[in-house]
Each structure stands twice: as structure tokens, then as C-alpha cells.
Design a protein around this ligand. Structure first.
Ligand SMILES: Nc1ncnc2c1ncn2[C@@H]1O[C@H](COP(=O)(O)OP(=O)(O)OP(=O)(O)O)[C@@H](O)[C@H]1O
Length: 286
């Protein structure tokens, strides 16, 4: 274990922003913190980075390093009129990190920024700015990387490129914690999810297991499959080539088998899950 937080709590005049949150992070794993706007994600990250003092609770980081956490919180704060190399150099000076040309170029290469881009970062795409911010977070080689809403403003190509980069950091044994309100992005990226609502952890678990446990609806597409609506009592929506059916992850293969037996050609089966469902623990979890 590299980080252990126990019962962290922080209140503002408006109420409890972080309410008895506990979490454990391990090396080489990617963790997601999923929650709506205002759920308390940034406040928790600020506590983990020692930028905000909690009212109560404990935080232990098992690291010998001078800088154990590299973080991007709220926005990267880059110097728009400087190029990527110059930005990295300034932050390396501030953080007293190695700033010889070779080391800095290595950081840029590690995050996939082309060394030949010499123009000011204000011209960079959102995805390139995120990469540069991650290079800055990686200065001094911290064991933990914290990224606050790294997917916001990225298009689907940018999102999948960033996910690849984050996964490559986990292969380098970093422990990575990412906040987002976007379920699909976290599902594609994270080994483990913490779900937060009004400052409280309301759900957590291995990503796939957590999603599977909460899925109770599927959209099935196939030629003429809408005609099956009278054959399954749990179909909640039907049109020509689509049905929505209420069932869980263990029942769906049975449903698909029956549809195929009846001669329907199934072209897609997509689980449907909303953040609200993850925010409500299942009755037997309470
Ligand atoms: N410095 C502060 N002073 C007063 N209230 C604050 C402060 N920082 C955060 N809060 C409040 O704490 C709650 C949690 O805010 P926080 O920014 O941590 O949520 P968040 O999940 O990161 O939201 P978002 O996704 O919108 O960034 C909100 O009600 C917010 O208004």
C-alpha cells in the first residue's frame, strides 16, 4: 500500500464537503473517484495533496520520496506564451527537479509530446495541454499521480489517447487516482472505483464487478427484434430493431440465447447504467 486515508472529514460553512472518507491506494493500480459536480472530489484531492487540512481523519503515505504525489488539480496552470519544454523547465526549477535537456526531453517523450513542437502552449489542443500537465506532475518521479477531471474538454480520440497514457503510467508502477463525473471514461481506465456523493463514499469496488452488480437494464439490437416484446414480460421498451429489457448481468445470456433460438439475429447488446444507479447502494450492500 502506498496511501491510506481514514475517515477524512472537511466542512465549510455550506456543509460537509468531505465526510468520513477512507481509501487505500496501491502501486501500479488506477483508481477512479466518481461523483457529480460538487460531490467533494476536488476537496478530497486537496486534502490528499496537503493543500487543505482536514478537520479530522488521518492520512498516511508510505513513501521515502521528497515528492510522493504529483497532481493536477482544477486546471494545469500552464504558461500559455511559453513552449512545452520551457513550461516543463520552469516547473522543474520550482520543484527542484532535474532540469538538464535530456531529462526534460525524457519527460516530454514519456507523455507522448512531440519534441519538435516549439510553439507556445496556448496553441496546443486540450489533449496536448493535459499531456504537458501530466509531464509536470511526473517531475521528481512521484509514486502517486492525482488527476482532477483529466477528461474534461477532450474529444473521444483525446480521451482514448489519455487513457492509454494513464495505463502506461500504471505499468511504470505509479498509483493513479482520477476524478471524473464521466462513468464510461472511468470504466475504461480504472481498476477500482470510489463513488462519492455529498462528501460521502456511497459505493466502491473493482470496476467491472461494481458495474456488473448494478446493471439492471440492457438495450438489445437486432433485425426485427422489437417483435419479441410480447414474449418477454421484462421488456420495457420496444421498436422495430431494438428492445430495452430489465434484467441483471447473470440473466442476460439466457435472454440472448432465447432470442437467438427464436430466430432473431442480434447485432448488439449494450448494458445501461447511470450514475444515479451507482450512487444508490444495492439493498443487500446497506
Ligand atoms: N474553499 C471553499 N470554501 C467553501 N466551500 C467550499 C470550498 N471548496 C469547496 N467548497 C464546497 O464544498 C463542496 C464540494 O466541492 P468540491 O469542489 O470539492 O466538489 P467537486 O466534486 O470537486 O465538484 P466539481 O466536479 O464541480 O469540481 C461544494 O459544495 C463546494 O461549494
Amino acid at each position: 500500500m502506498i496511501l491510506e486515508a481514514n475517515n477524512l472529514t472537511k466542512s465549510y460553512k455550506s456543509g460537509k464537503a468531505v465526510d468520513h472518507i477512507s481509501m487505500q491506494l496501491k502501486a501500479g493500480k488506477i483508481y477512479g473517484l466518481l461523483g457529480k459536480n460538487g460531490a467533494g472530489k476536488t476537496t478530497l484531492f486537496k486534502i490528499l495533496c496537503n493543500l487543505v487540512t482536514p478537520d479530522s481523519g488521518t492520512l498516511k503515505i508510505y513513501s521515502e520520496k521528497r515528492k510522493s504525489i504529483g497532481a493536477i488539480i482544477e486546471n494545469p496552470g500552464l504558461y500559455g506564451y511559453l513552449n512545452a519544454y520551457e513550461n516543463l523547465k520552469i516547473f522543474a526549477e520550482i520543484q527542484n527537479a532535474p532540469r538538464d535537456r535530456k531529462s526534460l526531453q525524457e519527460y516530454l517523450k514519456n507523455v507522448g509530446l512531440p519534441l519538435e513542437r516549439k510553439d507556445a502552449v496556448r496553441n496546443f489542443s486540450m489533449g496536448m495541454k493535459q499531456r504537458l500537465a501530466i509531464a509536470i506532475a511526473l517531475l521528481n518521479d512521484p509514486e502517486i499521480i492525482i488527476l482532477d477531471e483529466p477528461f474534461s474538454g477532450l474529444d473521444p480520440t483525446g480521451v482514448s489517447a489519455l487513457i492509454q497514457l494513464i495505463k502506461s503510467l500504471a505499468v511504470q508502477h505509479k498509483s493513479i487516482l482520477i476524478s471524473s463525473h464521466l462513468m464510461t471514461e472511468l470504466q475504461n481506465c480504472c481498476d477500482y472505483l470510489y463513488v462519492i456523493d455529498s462528501g460521502k463514499l456511497v459505493n466502491q469496488g473493482e470496476t467491472n464487478a461494481l458495474f456488473n452488480k448494478h446493471i439492471s437494464r440492457f438495450t438489445i439490437k437486432g433485425i426485427g427484434v422489437g417483435q419479441a416484446k410480447n414474449e418477454f414480460p421484462n421488456i420495457i421498451f420496444a421498436e422495430d430493431h431494438r428492445i430495452d429489457i430489465q434484467c441483471n448481468s447473470t440473466e442476460i445470456s439466457n435472454v440472448l440465447e432465447k432470442l437467438v433460438q427464436k430466430g432473431y439475429k442480434i447485432t448488439a447488446c449494450v448494458p445501461q447504467l447511470t450514475l444515479n444507479e451507482l450512487l444508490s447502494p444495492l439493498p443487500h450492500d446497506v
